[in-house]
Design a binder for this molecule. Structure first.
Ligand code: NAP
Length: 299
């Protein structure tokens, strides 16, 4: 029987975080603050509808009030910006996000920039991204924060490790690198970022103590690209047609899971790895934003 990697159970770790959030929400409610998260969804993208339903359910499970605005694909950018202004001014809404991708011709940057940084649930506003880079407290983008928590809570602290991230998006790769390179607890990693123009990618990924794949390229990372005993975090989630499923598709990660698990020390599955952590960190950000309003009132 070949030895196989420990499976890092994102669902279980996310549930631990839900429990913490439930306690924090109860504390805030006892102090007169009902944490509220607004989610704006524009258009008919089926995956986005699933993500928004999951976020709504997660709020319900932890006592956070959710305000979901489902708008038709024909909604103009101006209308979205008007709604954001309303939510910025609404004291019941401590945090908000607009689900990505937004239909054309809505400019996602303009929409994210319109959200007050202190209500930026996804941590994607330039002010929060800047704070992350500077190592200042702020709302941290959810997927990178989820990856860090997943590592730490499963016993693989990135401190002193060589972390190789494949993918340099503003959503995942870049903020994750900024987070893990900080001179701070649970960071202090040596970080290499790779992308589609990287030469000799496999030679670099083979150097990783912790390899993070955030590419959106199903099963791209093969066993030969992974160092024996590495920890492998698969952020990728691509819908791949699968006629054996009732839904007609399955979710595929960026890692060739079945082969890489024979070589890695630990690995995240897709689904059930990073995905649940992203939602858990969204709840954490909502609580953090709600607590900040209390601190502003008190002091
Ligand atoms: P993205 O904006 O499309 O970025 C993909 C990155 O991968 C880019 O930097 C791209 O390089 C790089 N890349 C693509 N093909 C490559 C190749 N052959 N070799 C090396 N690098 C390559 O995607 P994203 O928003 O970061 O998302 C990445 C994946 O994570 C997607 O599957 C997405 O669905 C998933 N995701 C999951 C969660 C979750 O909660 N589980 C959250 C966010 C995203 P260039 O910059 O050179 O183009």
């Amino acid at each position: 029987m070949p030895k196989t990697a420990k499976i890092i159970d994102g669902k279980k770790i996310a549930e631990e975080i839900y429990e913490e959030v439930r306690r924090e929400v109860a504390e805030l409610k006892a102090q007169g603050v009902e944490p509220g998260l607004a989610v704006v969804l524009v258009g008919d993208d089926p995956a986005s509808h699933v993500y928004v339903r999951n976020k709504e359910r997660a709020c319900g499970e932890t006592g956070i009030t959710s305000f979901v605005h489902r708008l038709p694909a024909s909604t103009s950018e101006k209308e979205v910006l008007r709604l954001i202004d309303e939510l910025n001014a609404d004291p019941r809404v401590h945090a908000m996000l607009v689900q990505s991708p937004m239909p054309d011709p809505i400019n996602e940057n303009r929409v994210v920039n319109a959200i007050l940084p202190e209500k930026d649930a996804d941590g994607l506003h330039p002010v929060n991204m800047g704070k992350l880079l500077m190592g200042e407290p702020g709302l941290i983008s959810c997927t990178p924060h989820g990856v860090q928590e997943l590592l730490v809570r499963s016993g693989f602290d990135p401190a002193g490790k060589h972390v190789v991230i494949v993918g340099r998006s503003n959503l995942v790769g870049k903020p994750l690198a900024a987070l893990l390179v900080q001179k701070a607890p649970h960071a202090n990693a040596t970080v290499t970022i790779c992308h589609s123009r990287t030469k000799k990618l496999a030679a670099i990924t083979q150097e990783a103590d912790i390899l993070v794949a955030a590419m959106g390229q199903p099963e791209f990372i093969k066993a030969r690209m992974v160092k024996e005993g590495a920890v492998v975090i698969d952020v990728g989630t691509t819908r791949v047609a699968d006629s054996t499923r009732k839904s007609g598709y399955r979710l595929a990660g960026d890692v060739d899971f079945e082969r890489v698990r024979l070589k890695a020390r630990a690995i995240t599955p897709v689904p059930g790895g990073v995905g649940p952590m992203t939602v858990a960190m969204l709840l954490k950000n909502t609580v953090q934003a709600a607590r900040a309003t209390l601190q502003r009132h008190c002091g």
